[in-house]
Write a protein that binds this ligand. Sequence first.
Ligand code: TXA
Ligand code: MG
Length: 322
Amino acid sequence: MKTEIGTDTEKAAAILSAGKLVAIPTETVYGLAGNALNEEAVHLIFRIKNRPLGNPLIIHLHDADQLNKLVTQIPEAAKKLMQLFSPGPLTYLLPKSALVPDVITAGSPLVAVRFPEHPLTRELLKRLPYPLAAPSANKYTTVSPTQVSHVYKQFKDEIDYILDGGDCKKGIESTVIGFEGNDILIYRHGIVTEEQLTSAGFKVRYADRTTGPVHSPGQAALHYSPKTPLTICGDLEKEALKHKDENIAVIAFSKMIYGIPSDRQFVLSEKANPEEAASRLYTALHLMDELNAKIILTELLPETGVGKAVNDRLKRASAKGL
Ligand code: TXA
Ligand code: MG
């Protein structure tokens, strides 16, 4: 099949209703979407993405009416956060109803739901009589897509349609949270920051792989990885200059390194703005990966705000094993 790229939500809806897949734009990254209530379409997502069936998918919704059919209970804390952050890059883990196929949640009693903000995807969701299951539109463990070209590179001619919503504005994935009493557990750092959740009046904890009450397979160490090995440096300039005559590439937070060819480095944000750095992170990883360098050298951002989510992605991209 030949992949078509366009902005036609009616066409996208027809393809989805035939049980096939469409790549959709969101404010965070592109998603690989299928009818969440059609088990075969959901299996197709896992298969095309090469994703193990043990790693559950997020369901994307247009409005609260859809949500009420998919979950059996919505804690007060979730209701409050939905008013503050939805539509937007926050994903809620809630007790699933019988309508949600077990394959979506990998057998867990909790389902992940979010209301994406991108206008084209909202238009698509509004047209559909069912919600969309969608992981990020990249092959398992590789770098997530923030541009149509990233999706096309990975899935060309494996999917029928890419809904072209331009470049993703936020650039890294949603924050995944669960609830314990009135407290919030962060399962994945993302665009909505711990500070924002705390300012909303909640106690917030990070549920890591071992202490979290629910296992969230997306916390696997190796993830978001370019083909080229990536190393995080404490002193990036010093390391880069030490290896300047070798075939290296550099992703710097805010400062260009003199002495390294400019086409072999990518500055995430000249203004040292973490939001801007997040929005350009995956583009940087895609581009520097294409240079066929021996190694990509990079550095962490200050560990506050969205810097935490960027650092989390960099650490996983550099991890050596699962
Ligand atoms: O921004 C995003 O969230 C993007 C866009 C496309 O919406 N989606 C995305 O999906 O990042 P994916 O599949 O690449 O990551 C989903 C994350 C994984 O870490 C997964 O383990 C976790 O959410 N997750 C999904 N359902 C879960 C569940 N029922 N229980 C625990 N974790 C879950
Ligand atoms: Mg992903």
